[in-house]
Write a protein that binds this ligand. Structure first.
Ligand SMILES: C[S@@+](CC[C@H](N)C(=O)[O-])C[C@H]1O[C@@H](n2cnc3c(N)ncnc32)[C@H](O)[C@@H]1O
Length: 291
């Protein structure tokens, strides 16, 4: 368990500087100009982040931390396909690694795929652990829906602390792109991953029984309804000791609200998150003693 809580809590100075600059720019410029500029600056920022992560990995290699090096290789491979930063990808890799190590049974499920980077890093974690679990990848493959009133924070009037503008259709990864990534780039045999195209509201419940037990459930759909629908449809399938990751807990008001509301209805009004930092929050379904 120590691995899970220690990983991914550190944000590099480069990340903090870029984040501060983007927030300032967003508050200064009109929304439409910001959206255009955002695309260019985001890819520049990602290039810098990837370079800094590669440097960190070289240092790790010299230190002889073989597990860390393996994890770093997976993150570097998945990073170009993900909107999630290296720390979040590390946390996701580590969650799968931990579930396998503890013998938690069930499939690996992600709802909210975009370009497929987080799903890819989970597939690589399975491979590194020498484990087989079926991967389920739910998405509209048409990008985000619009937020609803449940996503608006009454205090700020906005949808959260995310700096990326999130209009309908954004964060798009097509079915073909993700299928190519998982099958051809990562090399997951086609019968070991299932892609379900459609709105979660229509696609999740009808597939829940076929999925069966879940070892790791990763939710990355940004909005209240997207998060709540997946919790309602899939949380009961999570094995005791299984891991729930909610990526947008700290960045999207609706996602935060959906998880708090849901866990409180489950009787957990003061949830203890294992990794409460980069890459959202990680919650262990109660029921099996944690090592
Ligand atoms: C932030 S992106 C996911 C990022 C991704 N996990 C990664 O590693 O880059 C959010 C994704 O959720 C999907 N999504 C959000 N709400 C949805 C819904 N209600 N039904 C289907 N897909 C949804 C969007 O299509 C988009 O691909």
């Amino acid at each position: 368990m120590s691995q899970l809580s220690s990983v991914a809590m550190h944000r590099s100075p480069l990340f903090r500087a870029a984040h501060a600059i983007l927030i300032r720019v967003e508050h200064t410029l009109p929304r439409s100009i910001y959206s255009t500029l955002y695309g260019a600056s985001f890819s520049l920022y990602r290039t810098g982040l990837a370079a800094s992560y590669r440097l960190q990995q070289r240092r790790l290699k010299r230190s002889g931390d073989l597990e860390g090096v393996r994890r770093g290789k997976a993150v570097i491979k998945a990073m170009p396909y993900s909107l999630v930063g290296p720390s979040g990808l590390e946390a996701t890799y580590e969650a799968v690694h931990d579930a396998i190590k503890r013998g938690v049974t069930g499939a690996i499920v992600e709802c909210g795929i975009a370009g497929g980077g987080s799903s890819a890093v989970m597939a690589l974690a399975l491979r590194d652990a020498g484990a087989f679990r079926h991967l389920w990848l739910f998405d509209s493959y048409e990008g985000l829906p619009d937020p609803t009133l449940d996503d608006i924070d009454p205090a700020s009037g906005g949808t959260g602390a995310h700096i990326r503008p999130l209009p309908k259709g954004s964060c798009l990864g097509t079915f073909e792109e993700v299928e190519h990534l998982m099958g051809d780039v990562i090399g997951v045999p086609r019968d070991q991953f299932t892609m379900v195209k459609g709105w979660f509201q229509d696609s999740v419940r009808p597939n829940a029984e076929t999925i069966g037990e879940i070892a790791v459930l990763r939710l990355d759909g940004d909005w209240y309804e997207s998060t709540r629908t997946c919790l309602d449809g899939l949380y009961s399938r999570l094995a005791p000791g299984g891991l729930l990751i909610v990526d947008d807990y700290h960045s999207c008001f609706g996602s935060h609200r959906a998880l708090n509301e849901f866990l409180s209805e489950q009787g957990d009004t003061d949830p203890a998150f294992v990794n409460d930092g980069c890459g959202g929050v990680l919650y262990v379904r109660p029921g099996r003693k944690h090592e």
